[in-house]
Design a protein around this ligand. Structure first.
Ligand code: FMN
Ligand code: SF4
Length: 302
């Protein structure tokens, strides 16, 4: 993990308040005399020191200075204190985001929007702040269809394998029941979907989405799955706010997990794994109200 120290302190501006030392999670900064000084050999590069300094004396040069500049809307750079944001607006977006399964296929998604969504994505937390996520943008329908074909091809092959009853039986007997489970739970649905796709041209996989983002992580990340999925949730919510519909495509993830050649064809190197495929586009659907959820399993440990 890269822990290079990129913290710089302007000694002229530093008033010696000590706030940056207090907030630093990796002991990168200490007080030397009446001024803060970079003495540590490692840094999380989290930028808490720069964010807390009242005199703007701290810079963390390893951070992308453009991340708060969006192309499609103006973001506020000031920090919002705890309890002061509109929880009503936040929950309204969360509950209004629904999986979109009817996209305006002919209406492309502007690249500026897609790039802004990545910036929204990376404001998520990440294990050890390693931020070793990756975002592969499929910016037009043809690219989405090429991925859909790869995924469809994988499921055609899987269904042909699952049809072999003797193979399912042998695998079950040697303690590998996965093919049997797949046959029982998914085989028929996948076969019907593939037939519908072939005969009627219905895009059962990406629901006609004109764009997609594959969210991955480097294997060496501290928490690769969590990082990628937290960034993905940010993207889903941000997309709703920007007028776009989204749908997570778990079937595509399953195919990429089992057939690494799909990742390679997308340009993802062998040290990356995909955790979310987000279909994106302008929605062809509207709802009248938010819907509920099932009762959650909640317990107290006291
Ligand atoms: C990991 C994961 C995989 C999913 N895969 C698919 C998928 O392949 N196709 C699809 O139409 N929806 C997929 N969904 C969407 C879920 O069906 C959806 O989130 C759920 O029904 C709740 O509805 P909502 O998202 O509209 O609130 C997936 C969701 C998750 C979290
Ligand atoms: S927060 Fe800023 S002013 Fe305070 S000690 Fe650190 S660098 Fe100096």
């Amino acid at each position: 993990m890269d822990r290079t120290v990129t913290t710089r302190i302007d000694q002229e501006r530093c008033t010696g308040c000590g706030l940056c030392v207090e907030v630093c999670p990796s002991d990168t900064i200490t007080m030397k005399g009446k001024k803060a000084s970079v003495t540590g050999t490692e840094s999380l590069n989290c930028g808490h020191c720069a964010a807390v300094c009242p005199s703007g004396a701290v810079k963390v040069t390893g951070l992308d200075p453009t991340l708060s500049t969006f192309k499609t809307f103006e973001a506020r750079e000031s920090w919002l204190p705890h309890g002061q944001g509109s929880i009503q607006d936040l929950v309204h977006i969360m509950q209004s985001r629904r999986s979109c399964r009817n996209f305006q296929t002919e209406k492309p998604v502007e690249k500026d929007l897609l790039e802004d969504l990545i910036k929204i994505g990376v404001s998520a937390p990440s294990g050890s702040n390693c931020q070793l996520w990756s975002f592969t943008i499929l910016s037009h329908r043809e690219a989405v269809l090429r991925l859909a074909k790869m995924v469809g091809g994988f499921f055609q092959r899987l269904n042909r394998t699952a049809e072999k009853g003797w193979l399912r039986k042998i695998l079950r007997l040697i303690g590998k029941p996965e093919l049997e489970v797949y046959y029982r739970e998914y085989y028929r649905r996948v076969r019907e979907g593939l037939e519908e796709w072939e005969n009627q041209g219905t895009d059962i996989l990406f629901h006609g989405a004109p764009a997609a983002i594959v969210v991955g992580s480097k294997r060496q990340a501290a928490c690769p799955a969590e990082d990628a999925l937290l960034a993905s949730q940010n993207i889903l919510l941000g997309a709703h706010g920007l007028g776009l519909g989204t749908c997570l495509i778990g079937f595509a993830i399953e195919a990429m997990r089992r057939d690494k050649s799909i990742l390679r064809r997308l340009g993802m190197p062998d040290d990356e794994r995909a955790y979310a495929v987000i279909a994106l586009g302008y929605p062809n659907e509207k709802y009248r109200r938010v819907a509920g959820r099932k009762q959650a399993l909640v317990r107290y440990f006291e």
